[in-house]
Design a protein around this ligand. Structure first.
Ligand code: ZN
Length: 412
């Protein structure tokens, strides 16, 4: 069914498409795509901002209707019956007993149904599938997107097929199986799993949730921006630290704030700081290069371990247009940030999410955060999803015979 509500625009050639049949990449730009470089032809979802602007009196109206005017579905009733988003935003008042001269808020998206940010994208894809009678959804994933899609599909009684690298963390694989999805571990990288899932989509006609390949994944993620804006009492933060792998979360957050800008609800954009691991920096390292060069990733932060960022070109456009910033941190900094965050706040983040916090710590150390500025760190997944990566931090004391004397001795 052709929806008049939204349309797609190709990131690379700018051509616009209706929504009757096309669901993935721009056909002309993607024709020459090659698995060793980022895909061309990723689609951006656009709305009639003039019409929406006339129909609403402000942000409260959008919120009241569940932001349906800015979503590519017909009804919010198509969403899963789980609570997606509406995650807490916590103020970090001090760090290691030092008061901060600026404001830092932690957006805890581990509080989604499957404990990761990916539920925002899965929920929208699932809702769209429900409205368009698409019964089976397939995804390639490093773990979180797959466990997310599996859980969301379970809640909507939809079929999910998940292709993952066999090295994905045990907790994420366990989730996928417990949610009842068909799980297919492959001997290969995420990038190879991705390509296999695209072939399966063509072969079997299943709906594909792959990040960026399906434009709704970007659109689903933007809702976090609406929430941050609202939770900051309708203020745009100065800076948001985001973990980056494929670039879809970075683009999603930009897209949410850009929607508000186009509706003239806001008059500026936040500075977005895309943070990658030094051992998986294919997005940030290539932003200012003409030719794309891959260095195989080896970071312990599996959720952002990506060789070929699937939303590279859109993310680069956003970062260049809105003067975003990029940063790499070492895996050691990521682990230390994870421990510091957990010990200071009670929030245990997985390494990818801790990378964003490590980015904030790096800015803090280098005095790059102005006094009185308003900053947000996006925490995208729970630490319980990947215990292996923090195992090097776990120094378990030897056990004692239970007596007060022994207890006093070991606590000294
Ligand atoms: Zn195109």
């Amino acid at each position: 069914m052709e929806s008049m509500k939204f349309k797609y625009q190709c990131t690379d050639c700018g051509k616009e498409y209706g929504t009757s049949s096309l669901m993935y990449l721009c056909p002309s730009c993607s024709a020459g795509n090659d698995p060793s470089t980022p895909p061309k032809g990723v689609l951006k979802t656009l709305y009639d901002y003039g019409e929406i602007g006339k129909a609403i009196s402000g942000f409260t109206d959008l919120k009241k209707n569940g932001f349906i005017q800015l979503l590519p579905i017909e009804s919010i009733k198509s969403f899963p019956p789980l609570r997606i988003g509406d995650t807490p935003l916590y103020q970090l008042a001090e760090l290691d007993s030092q008061k901060l001269s600026y404001s830092v808020c932690l957006k805890d998206d581990s509080q989604n149904p499957t404990w990761s940010f990916k539920d925002r994208a899965s929920a929208l894809v699932s809702a769209y599938a429900r409205e368009n009678r698409l019964e089976t959804i397939i995804a390639a994933s490093t773990g979180n997107a797959g466990s997310s899609l599996a859980g969301i599909c379970a809640s909507q009684r939809q079929k999910a097929v998940i292709i993952v690298p066999e090295t994905a963390p045990q907790a994420k694989l366990t989730q996928i199986i417990m949610y009842g999805a068909a799980i297919v571990p492959v001997k290969g990288t995420y990038d190879e799993a991705f390509d296999l899932s695209v072939k399966a989509t063509k072969e079997f006609g299943w709906y594909n949730r792959n990040t960026a390949f399906n434009p709704l994944t970007i659109e689903g993620k933007k809702t976090v921006s609406f929430e941050i804006y609202e939770q900051l009492n309708c203020r745009v933060p100065d800076r948001i630290f985001i973990p980056a792998g494929d670039g879809v979360i970075t683009s999603g957050v930009y897209k949410g704030f850009e929607d508000l800008l186009l509706l003239k609800i806001t008059d500026r954009m936040p500075v977005i700081v895309a943070v990658q691991s030094e051992k998986s920096d294919n997005l940030v390292r290539n932003i200012s290069r003409d030719d794309f060069m891959v260095i195989p990733s080896s970071t312990l932060a599996d959720s952002i371990s990506v060789n070929v960022p699937r939303n590279f070109f859109m993310t680069r456009n956003f970062i260049q247009k809105y003067k975003g910033e990029t940063l790499t941190v070492s895996d050691e900094e990521i682990l230390n940030a994870s421990k510091l965050l957990a010990g200071n706040t009670g929030l245990f983040a997985e390494p990818a999410a801790a990378a964003a916090f490590a980015g904030f710590l790096s800015y803090r150390k280098n005095d790059r955060i102005p006094a009185d500025s308003l900053n947000v760190v996006l925490l995208t997944g729970s630490g319980l999803k990947d215990l292996r990566s923090v195992s090097s931090l776990l120094k378990m004391p030897s056990s004692i015979y239970p007596s007060i004397d022994n207890l006093m001795r070991v606590l000294q």
